[in-house]
Design a protein around this ligand. Structure first.
Ligand SMILES: [Zn+2]
Length: 224
C-alpha cells in the first residue's frame, strides 16, 4: 500500500516536471476523453465532472497497474495497464459491453475525486481492511463471489441505504449497474452483468434518486 502513495507522489512530480519542460512529456502516454466517451458520461454525471481535466493514462503508479492488471483511478486520471490502453482508444465504441460499464465505474472515481473525495486514502483504507483480497458472496454478486470492497446486497441488507452510505467502490458498482440497465440493453443482453443490473434496477433507482436529480451534490460522496 505504501507503493500507492509513492506512486502518486512520483506521478505528481512527473507531471510538474513535464509542465515545466514539455519535451519530457511522451505523446503516447496519455490521452483526453473522446467526444463519444464524454457523451456516455453525460448520461450519468451530467456536467458534474469537468471532462477536459480527465486523462486516460498508460501505466504509471510505479507499474502497479501492470502488476495487478487492474485500472486505478486516483487523482481523477484513469490509469490502464499498457495493453488495455493500446487496445481501447475509445471506450464508446468498444466491442465488448463490459468495457463500457467498466469505464463508467472508473469515471465514478473521477466524479468522486473532482467533488472532493480522497480516493487514495479510501483505497488504502480498503486495502488495510482486506477489501481487495478477501471474497464474499451476497445475493447480487456473481456465483464465485466478489471482492469485499465492491460487494453489495442491494435487494437485501443494503436496500434502504443512501448512496453516500456506500463505500467508494460500491458507489462505482451501483453506477455501473445503472448504466448497464439503462443504456446497454442492446449490447449482448444475455450478459450476466446486464441481467443482474435489470434485476437490481428497482433498488438501484431508489438508491440513486438524489444522485440522478443532482450529481453535483457533494453530500452524495462516500464517507468510507
Ligand atoms: Zn473502482
Amino acid at each position: 500500500m505504501g507503493s500507492v502513495v509513492i506512486g502518486v507522489a512520483k506521478m505528481r512530480k512527473m507531471r510538474a516536471d513535464a509542465a515545466n519542460n514539455p519535451t519530457l512529456l511522451q505523446v503516447d502516454v496519455e490521452r483526453l476523453l473522446t467526444s463519444g466517451e464524454i457523451a456516455m458520461c453525460q448520461q450519468v454525471f451530467k456536467n458534474a465532472i469537468d471532462y477536459s481535466k480527465v486523462r486516460i493514462v498508460r501505466g504509471g503508479l510505479l507499474g502497479l497497474t501492470a502488476l495487478t492488471g487492474n485500472a486505478m483511478t486516483p487523482e481523477g486520471f484513469i490509469h490502464l495497464p499498457s495493453n488495455e490502453y493500446m487496445n481501447t482508444p475509445d471506450f464508446s465504441i468498444a466491442l465488448d459491453a463490459i468495457d463500457k460499464h467498466w469505464f463508467i465505474h472508473e469515471m465514478t472515481h473521477v466524479w468522486q475525486y473532482q467533488l472532493g473525495t480522497n480516493a487514495v486514502w479510501h483505497g488504502i483504507n480498503q486495502l488495510c481492511k482486506g477489501g481487495y483480497t478477501s471474497t464474499v458472496r451476497t445475493a447480487d454478486t456473481p456465483k464465485n463471489g466478489d471482492l469485499k470492497a465492491y460487494a453489495t446486497d442491494l435487494s437485501g441488507a443494503d436496500a434502504k441505504k443512501k448512496f453516500s452510505e456506500f463505500n467508494f467502490e460500491q458507489q462505482g458498482r451501483i453506477i455501473e449497474f445503472w448504466y448497464d440497465a439503462c443504456y446497454l440493453q442492446k449490447e449482448n443482453p444475455q450478459r450476466p452483468h446486464h441481467q443482474r443490473s435489470l434485476q437490481l434496477l428497482i433498488y438501484v433507482k431508489q438508491i440513486l434518486v438524489d444522485f440522478l436529480q443532482n450529481p453535483s451534490d457533494k453530500n452524495l460522496l462516500p464517507k468510507s
